[in-house]
Design a protein around this ligand. Sequence first.
Ligand code: A2P
Length: 280
Amino acid sequence: ISSNYQLSNGQMIPVVGFGTWQAPDGNVAEKAVLDALEAGYRHIDTAAIYKNEASVGRAIKKSGIKREELFLTTKLWNDSHSYEKATKAIDDSLKRLDVDYVDLYLIHWPNPVDIRGEYSKWNAESWQAMEEAVEAGKIKSIGVSNFHPHHLEELLKTARIKPVVNQIFLNPSDHQAKIVEFCQKQDILLEAYSPLGTGEILGLNELNDIAKRYNKTSAQVVLRWSLQKGFLPLPKSVTPKRIKENLAIFDFELSKEDMALLAQLEGKAGFAKDPDNVDF
Ligand code: A2P
């Protein structure tokens, strides 16, 4: 089982999380989460929009693992901004997950198309609802996802509780230098989604060469890169063998030279995309 990072509010968070994006609701997601829990993951990352919160909740129950031994994250979807809607969205997620609290709740996107341009107002309102849910014991920690520095700067103007996490697309093909530097200065932990570059990065020859030298897979090398950068990777898989493989990254260390080689993969498997393909 992996060790923890400490968030800026003192909470502990397991350094690898199991991503459930694109794990379809029903048996596939439920089985993947159960396999992950059995493999030793204690940190599960879902979101309202993944439509698999109920499956995640069922897997947790079936695993028999105590709630307090698990770190569970979910997210506010784009259609649920505003104080009232966010308050309800939090309760709805708790119901679907069938838990009394989540460990981490994130604003999923800073500036969704439907409310584009007014992000300061909407994020501030939703944030207030999230802060109250923290005070009510429904959420332990709150954070954001896909935020750029200008979104965070705005949020920090009104936030009473500081965001502890920013979850972004982050892997050796996309280093996200600006937002990474901003978050590190603010003591905001970077969680890496698509840490495997959605799988595309894994075929790169440069990467395969490094992996061979450590007797590890390319996926393990990329996840190890993430840890050594101080990030928290959230690999997603529905394949039992890969689920285990992605957690076996604590028995080796990449050399400085290989970290430098990996830094050169920037752009080789593409960059993050705004889902709406507009500057946000
Ligand atoms: P699958 O779920 O079918 O096992 P990311 O986490 O960067 O979004 O990448 C997820 C993608 O990478 C999924 O398509 C997943 O496939 C695949 N994947 C996950 N782990 C591994 C691994 N260890 N080796 C190869 N492919 C993997």
